[in-house]
Design a protein around this ligand. Structure first.
Ligand code: ADP
Length: 628
């Protein structure tokens, strides 16, 4: 019988498994038990509607046996089993794809750690076994099949005998080698503590057959061996346990196993609600976004249980998109077992639960923002973007829910602040909330447009993500204060006296200014003198609703139609450059060159690319040569 080869990716995982470090090995048992439990779930679920299954809840179990002499550990379940094709497809490749991508994308630690934390399902058994045999019979199928592999050189699939549906996995443990002792996985104590640690909540009994000896009845000193069958797990789901029944870190461990996260969650929210709708929710806020979080592959959702039985793995309707990062589950006795995805969408109970959860998550986040600022900042760095998208994509309809959760970098305080904190700290006469956009806080704080605002003692929110300005536009006002871009050409912070001075100079430089504007053609809509600037000679501002930064973001999107903000080139009336320009007033050719120079500089400051770098460079050199 020909050996089949593993798929390439699986081979790599296998190789990692075989060479994994000691401390990670123990997770193999939880992986196999979890598979067994899933398989039972499937058949049990079917039994609820299909009488031909002929089994009730009490009939299902996961059985472990440990044979110390043969060094063999078996894990048997009476779940749905696998057909020949399923054996081939499920065990011939790594199911949890994405694990390796994760490694590539994040370069977090080494491969080995990924195994330790994630587990890679069935394959992890190769960390402890030199040979694995899987005998399986799918429910409703007459034949049974055996899959066998020693890991290195592929696997075989042959027919076998098996009386009932289900799967039996036989592990021949590796030989002990120096420090590496695999016998521990045959010890009753070790097995039962591993089950307690990782699989206690499994809803079917996990039983261990262990040989015991006892005195033969009626004899003094005659011993016999018998097998005692012990149930190792409490079968109580973590979310149904009372506080005093919970072991240290049990919530966190449950999260890491169930949701395959390398790290403990940032926050655990456990809530029990009784009333018109009764439910328990166990929610988690992860520390970091999953590797696919900001991609189409990511599906938000919570697991849905009714009375401890999972009825849906990923119920999307329980979470709004902007809280899509929340992981966890809801258990409610009010939901029907046989409810379909379509029916759920219209389920009144579910809508009530979803609305409650949204309030609860928001309240917990606000509490964290207030009481655990550092943790909140960590959260915000991971998921703030989703909240901002939430404000934007809802056309502002979610702003009441989300605006208090937002934070932006304050130029004055040099840290993240909430909108409330910004407005609370505003000087009395300040009437607007100022913001400026850029690629980084450092770049923004150097923007010439901000000098004046800062001078007045006003704070500026530094927006560094594309969506930021769009989100603020949707919020429109906060505490009755409108948001205003620092690069808005109509921003009027100057005194009457300053205004008069600018007007006077504008009058004097009228011809020169119109020459500049003419030279720039449709590149700018206006060239004007202003007192906005202090030490800097020029800047680019925009007029109207569409700002330069929005233009940048919109034009970066794959759209046919490009947009253009109304550009205003502002020249500092108090800067020596003004005199230089006035001195060249009669020389239109020179003014045209100066116009190009000033415009390009303003564009550079704004972070736009130079249209023609060679021409710009030549122009600078030409003007330098004339200075001789
Ligand atoms: P995962 O459990 O993450 O899908 P595994 O490698 O552990 O990855 O398992 C691959 C697949 O093999 C499972 O999704 C399941 O379909 C099947 N499988 C594994 N163990 C069993 C079992 N005991 N009974 C039935 N099917 C199983």
């Amino acid at each position: 019988m020909a050996k089949k080869q593993f798929k390439t990716e699986s081979k790599r995982i296998l190789d990692l498994m075989v060479h994994s470090i000691y401390t990670h090995r123990e997770i193999f048992l939880r992986e196999l038990i979890s598979n067994a439990s899933d398989a039972i779930d499937k058949l049990y679920f079917r039994s609820l509607t299909d009488p031909s299954v002929g089994m009730s809840r009490e009939d299902f179990a996961i059985d472990l046996t440990a044979d110390k002499d043969a060094r063999v550990l078996t894990i048997r379940d009476n779940g749905c089993g696998m057909t020949k094709e399923e054996l081939e497809n499920n065990l011939g490749v790594i199911a949890r794809s994405g694990t390796l991508d994760f490694k590539k994308n994040n370069e977090l630690g080494d491969d080995i750690d990924i195994i330790g934390q994630f587990g890679v399902g069935f394959y992890s058994a190769f960390m402890v076994a030199k040979k694995i045999t899987v005998e399986s019979r799918a429910f409703g199928v007459d034949e049974a099949w055996q899959w066998e592999s020693t890991g290195e050189d592929g696997y075989t699939i042959t027919p076998c005998e098996k009386a009932d549906a289900g799967t039996c996995i036989t592990l021949v443990l590796k030989d002990n080698e120096g420090e590496d002792n695999y016998d521990e996985y045959l010890s009753e104590y070790r097995i039962s503590s591993l089950v307690k640690k990782y699989s206690d909540y499994i809803r079917y009994p996990i039983r261990l057959d262990m040989p015991r000896s006892r005195k033969k009845e009626g004899t003094e000193n005659d011993w016999e061996t018998y097998t005692e069958n012990t149930v190792l797990n409490s079968m109580i789901p973590v979310w149904r346990k009372g506080k005093d029944e919970l072991e240290d870190g049990e919530y966190e461990r449950f999260y890491q196993e169930k949701f395959h996260d390398m790290e403990a969650p940032l926050k655990t929210i456990h809530t029990k609600v009784e009333g018109s709708v009764t439910y328990t929710a166990l929610l988690y806020i992860p520390k970091k976004p999953p590797f696919d979080f900001y991609s189409k592959e990511y599906h938000k959702g919570l697991q849905l249980y009714t009375n401890g039985v999972m009825i849906m793995d990923n119920c999307e309707d329980l979470l709004p998109d902007y809280f899509g990062f929340v992981k966890g589950l809801v258990d409610s006795a009010d939901l029907s077992l046989n409810i379909s995805r379509e029916m759920l969408q219209h389920d009144r109970q579910l809508k009530v639960i979803a609305a409650n959860l949204q309030k609860k998550i928001r309240a917990e986040l606000l509490k964290m923002q207030k009481e655990e600022r550092e943790t909140y900042e960590e959260f915000y760095n991971s998921f703030g973007l989703t909240l901002k998208y939430g404000v934007y994509t809802g056309y502002g309809q979610n702003k009441q829910t989300l605006q208090d959760l937002l934070m932006f970098h304050s130029m004055k305080q040099n840290k993240l602040v909430t909108l409330q904190e910004y407005t609370d700290a505003m000087p009395q006469e300040q009437t607007e909330i100022y913001y400026a956009c850029g690629t980084s806080v450092e770049q923004i704080t150097r923007l010439p447009q901000l000098e004046r605002i800062a001078d007045k003692g006003y704070d500026v929110l530094c927006l560094t993500q594309d969506v930021d300005e769009f989100a603020l536009k949707m919020i429109e006002t906060f505490a009755e204060k409108p948001f205003r871009s620092a690069a808005d050409s109509s921003l009027a912070l100057e005194s009457d006296e300053e205004k008069a001075k600018v007007e006077e100079k504008t009058e004097a430089g009228k011809e020169m200014l119109s020459a500049l504007q003419e030279a720039l053609g449709d590149k700018v809509d206006e060239v004007k003198l202003s007192s906005r600037l202090k030490s800097n000679p020029v800047c680019l501002t925009s007029e109207g609703d569409l700002t330069l930064d929005m233009e940048k973001v919109l034009n970066a999107m794959p759209m046919e139609q490009k947009v253009k903000a109304k550009r205003v080139l502002e020249i500092n009336a108090e800067h020596p450059i003004f005199d230089t320009l006035c001195a060249a007033a009669g020389d239109r050719d020179k003014l045209a060159k100066y116009a190009q120079l000033l415009y390009t500089q303003a564009m550079l400051i704004e972070g736009f690319p130079v249209e023609d770098p060679v021409a710009y460079s030549n122009l600078v050199c030409e003007l330098m040569s004339q200075q001789k």
